[in-house]
Design a binder for this molecule. Structure first.
Ligand SMILES: [Zn+2]
Length: 136
């Protein structure tokens, strides 16, 4: 937005009114981390205590699908799938086109039979005893 008779270009405060639902019409503070004006906590730099940080985290977490833990779980299972695909190619079990796109975090391609053996030993696919899994 523009202020001072359109001489200064600045960001607008992003606070929203509870009553009218309208966005605050003041310019945001230049130093504001959350793009807010003086009235709407523009000088704040976040919760200080651990309890406050936890409260803030709980307030913005809706499903937990984007937490570091969930992302790591996704990356781990995708790495497993990519590893299986690599293994199929190394062992010449398929000639289908390779899957495209970004590879998961921490993915290391398997290129030799030794890599595949190490991968298979590191990632046992059968469930441990008593896990109620289907046994072959
Ligand atoms: Zn404001």
């Amino acid at each position: 937005m523009l202020t001072a008779g359109a001489r200064i270009v600045c960001l607008r405060c992003t606070a929203k009114s509870k009553r009218s639902g309208e966005q605050c019409k003041k310019p945001a503070l230049k130093t504001s981390r959350t793009q807010k004006c003086d009235f709407h906590g523009g000088r704040s730099n976040g919760p200080k205590t651990q309890a406050g940080k936890d409260r803030q985290r709980a307030a913005v977490t809706k499903t937990g699908a984007y937490t570091k833990q969930a992302a790591e779980d996704r990356a781990r299972s995708t790495r497993l799938l990519c590893g299986l695909e690599d293994a199929m190619y190394v062992l010449k079990m398929t000639t289908m086109p390779r899957s495209r796109g970004r590879k998961p975090l921490g993915y290391v391609p398997l290129k030799t039979v030794e890599d595949v053996v190490k991968f298979a030993l590191d990632n046992p696919l059968h469930l441990p005893e008593g896990a109620g899994g289907h046994q072959e």
